[in-house]
Design a protein around this ligand. Structure first.
Ligand SMILES: C[S@@+](CC[C@H](N)C(=O)[O-])C[C@H]1O[C@@H](n2cnc3c(N)ncnc32)[C@H](O)[C@@H]1O
Length: 224
């Protein structure tokens, strides 16, 4: 279910929402791992929320997305329009970013393909950052702890509702409101245990390092 003005991506994201979302803490997490002047591949980059500020910090960033409408808003990073699964660039990168919980995809084969793309583009000694919904996130939502918060100084209101769990799958609806205009986005996401994700990553040639805190959403991975 996707509703609201403007274009939507195949996975139901409103372009007009993502071009307005603030970058927040995610920028610092990636910059800290990247160091100075890194080459960074941002998979599922959307409107460049991460890719553009990372470019402005001096990194050489390639933003990949299959939505042409999203990519038109990327102003500083280089853009490549492609499905992540099909991406096969002739170069590797110091840092590969798979953000936005794409790894919680319900389909195991799709997750494997995403991880293979990460591994294929990671330089020897490089580091990948995979953003996931950890199990504790599912626990909090299924306990009825829905968000309703204002994001950043753009004052975008975000609310999550209609949470329904069916085994490992969770369906929910996010509603964004910006200056009186509303967009809704329904999504399905899969609960995955860390050890299972580590096994899936290993099958793709990656080692996911155990995080210090079970609530951490960015996982660090290297070539195994
Ligand atoms: C939730 S948005 C997030 C965008 C950006 N990562 C951010 O944090 O603002 C997810 C983006 O990933 C893209 N995407 C999802 N699955 C994809 C795939 N398999 N191949 C290419 N792009 C994909 C969508 O088109 C969308 O722009």
């Amino acid at each position: 279910m996707a509703n609201g003005p403007g274009a939507y991506t195949d996975d139901g994201c409103a372009v007009e929402v993502y071009r307005r979302l603030p970058v927040g803490e995610d920028l610092h997490v990636i910059h800290l791992v990247a160091g100075e002047g890194a080459t960074i591949l941002d998979l599922g980059a959307g409107a460049g929320r991460l890719a553009d500020p990372l470019s402005l910090l001096g990194h050489r960033v390639v933003a990949v997305d299959d939505s042409a409408e999203m990519l038109t808003h990327v102003t500083h990073a280089r853009t490549v329009r492609s499905r992540i699964e099909h991406l096969d660039l002739p170069t590797t990168f110091d840092v590969v970013v798979l953000a936005s919980h794409l790894i919680n995809n319900p389909c195991e084969r799709r997750r494997h393909q995403l991880l293979l793309t990460v591994a294929r583009h990671l330089a020897a000694g490089g580091r990948a950052l995979v953003q996931w919904h950890p199990p504790v996130w599912f626990d909090s939502l299924s306990a009825g702890d829905v968000w309703d918060e204002a994001l950043g100084d753009m004052n975008i209101q975000v609310a999550v509702s209609a949470v329904r769990e069916d085994g490992a799958l969770l369906d929910a609806v996010v509603r964004y409101v910006f200056r009186g205009t509303a967009w809704t986005h329904g999504f399905t996401t899969r609960r995955i245990l860390l050890r299972d994700l580590q096994l899936e990553a290993r099958a793709a040639g990656l080692a996911i390092h155990p995080p210090d805190d079970p609530a951490v959403t960015w996982l660090l991975a290297t070539i195994s």
